[in-house]
Ligand binder design. Structure first.
Ligand code: NAD
Length: 498
């Protein structure tokens, strides 16, 4: 780990009359080092007062045998500075390597990922001249919990985890963000017509928390049509909040349709930490050629400057950057004959911004962060009473090679324990016993549901008795899932076709 001060010192430790703020910087992989060097050079020239600790993360660390891609000493630096400016890294393909991006967001509790995607028409060519969308992506949960298992020869699974506090935090964050930045509308995307419990909770929390923000327009879209609308008419959106996976995918789409995925930065905000980065990856094919657009990381760095209370520097950098775009000085990804004036590399683009420090854009709206506060809105969760949880049954998952549902059904149909009896068997979620369709294709992965029709209460002893009886039939139990009611409402999905 190396420490260095950025910008010219005047006096003991002060930089331009300010005490330098400690931050941790990682130069990353692929195009990372080039865009980081360019971004730091620009903010340094603008007078950012930073005390930089440099850490090594990513490919080199992974390939040296550290499957997390980050050394312990790097965590020490992050814990100390609590502010992280990170270039993209390459996650090696294959098993064993965990995504460091996902790990960092989760270990540091960076629950909100804010990704502004803006068009710079007519200076950057885009099919969508009017676009100013902020995607607020939930950053810790969903399928990115990364809990995956192979359970049978034919079936693997990934758990989608959506928590009430995680959801409440991100929804509140989206509304607080809209309020702070004078945004008029918050839209929520989910797929709750299919995932009624997980995405259903996200939608329900959106409706519930939304009541506290009557001044902000609110709407919900099913994610598929929402995504289509976002790609087609982004001008109808303002702030969009969504679960992790949809947010990851759609923020790339949104950034790309503004002109380039290289144009969007992102802030990852938690209660005690913040990480700033570009939304794109390490683009290895463009590495080392002085080609990459550093704008995404630079915009991340601007969000960081606001976060650490150097809004005046953020304003200066942002306006010089806008002026550079207006002047048609463009990297290859946004260069277009007729619109652009000069095609430049990463370094020359940074030089062009530095040459314009102090200027403001002539036509594009100028940035002004003089009153902007940190994007950590200090979200507090609502106190909620415990719910009454009652066990009413169990799903027993089996690995059975024979694809005939009736053979399995006949074998286990007489199993009973307490109030539980065989209710149905499903395969990939669709009911196949009793009265399944012979046309339904079955894999070797079966779910056998034991419960009473009326959801009468059971005990865990009953569950163990069911398992004993299944085991006695020489069946291969691969997992179980208890079935509960909460406050009397069934809290598990029905079988498709049930
Ligand atoms: P990518 O975003 O790295 O690149 C996709 C393409 O987009 C590039 O080939 C290039 O044409 C263009 N592009 C991206 N950034 C650009 C820029 N700044 N300037 C100009 N053009 C740019 O996506 P990928 O190729 O799918 O992923 C490469 C690696 O990056 C993978 O290892 C992936 O895991 C990693 N990744 C890291 C992060 C992160 O560190 N936050 C995020 C996404 C992907």
């Amino acid at each position: 780990m190396q420490t260095s001060q950025v910008s010219a010192s005047s006096g003991s430790n002060a930089v331009n009359g300010r005490t330098p703020v400690p931050i941790t910087v990682a130069h990353g992989d692929g195009i990372g080092p080039e865009i980081m060097e360019a971004s730091l050079r620009v903010i340094q020239a603008a007078g950012a007062a930073l005390e930089i600790e440099t850490i090594e993360i990513g490919e080199k660390v992974y390939l040296a045998g550290n499957s997390a891609g980050i050394a312990h000493s790097a965590w020490d630096s992050l814990r100390k500075t609590k502010v992280f400016l990170k270039a993209p890294i390459t996650t090696p393909q294959g098993g064993g390597f965990k995504s460091l991006n996902v790990t960092t967001r989760k270990v540091l509790g960076l629950y909100a990922n804010i990704r502004p995607c803006i068009s710079y028409h007519p200076y950057v060519s885009t099919k969508h001249p009017i676009m100013d969308v902020v995607i607020v992506r939930e950053n810790e949960e969903d399928l990115y919990a990364g809990i995956e298992h192979q359970q049978t020869d034919e079936v693997v699974q990934c758990l989608k985890i959506i928590s009430r506090p995680g959801t409440e935090k991100i929804i509140r964050y989206a509304f607080e963000y809209a309020k702070a930045y004078n945004r008029k509308k918050v839209t929520c995307f989910t797929k709750d017509n299919i995932m009624k419990l997980t995405d259903g909770l996200f939608h329900k929390m959106f409706d519930e928390i939304g009541l506290e923000y009557p001044e902000i327009e609110q709407e919900h879209w099913i994610v598929d049509i929402g995504a289509a609308k976002l790609a087609d008419t982004p001008e109808i959106f303002d702030v969009i909040v969504m679960p992790n996976l949809y947010g990851d995918i759609l923020s790339d789409v949104a950034a790309q349709i503004t002109g380039s995925v290289g144009l969007a930065g992102s802030a990852n905000i938690g209660d005690g930490f913040a990480m700033f980065e570009a939304i794109h990856g390490s683009a290895p094919r463009r590495a080392g050629q002085n080609l990459a657009n550093p704008s995404g990381l630079l915009l991340g760095a601007i969000q960081m400057l606001v976060h650490i209370g150097q809004g005046d520097i953020a304003t200066k950098v942002h306006n010089a950057w806008l002026r550079t775009l207006e002047d048609g000085v463009h990297t290859y990804d946004i260069f277009k004959e007729g619109t652009s004036v000069e095609k430049v590399g990463t370094k020359e683009f940074a030089d062009a911004i530095i040459a314009r420090l102090g200027l403001v854009p002539a036509k594009l709206p100028a940035a002004d962060y003089s009153n902007a506060k940190s994007e950590n809105f200090n979200i507090k969760l609502k106190a909620r009473p415990d719910q009454l949880k009652e066990l009413v049954g169990v799903d027993v998952f089996l690995h059975v090679k024979n694809r005939d549902a009736n053979v399995l059904g006949e074998k286990i149909k007489n199993i009973k324990a307490g109030n539980m009896e065989l209710n149905m068997i499903t395969n990939r979620g669709v009911k196949v016993y009793p009265n399944g369709f012979p046309e339904t294709f079955c894999t070797d992965h079966w779910r056998c549901r034991f419960k009473s029709e009326e959801l009468r209460t059971s005990t865990f002893k009953d569950v163990m008795s069911v398992l004993d009886q299944v085991y006695a039939l020489d069946l291969d139990i691969i997992k179980t899932e208890n079935l509960y009611t909460f406050d009397g409402h069934s809290a598990f999905s029905a079988g498709q076709g049930q």
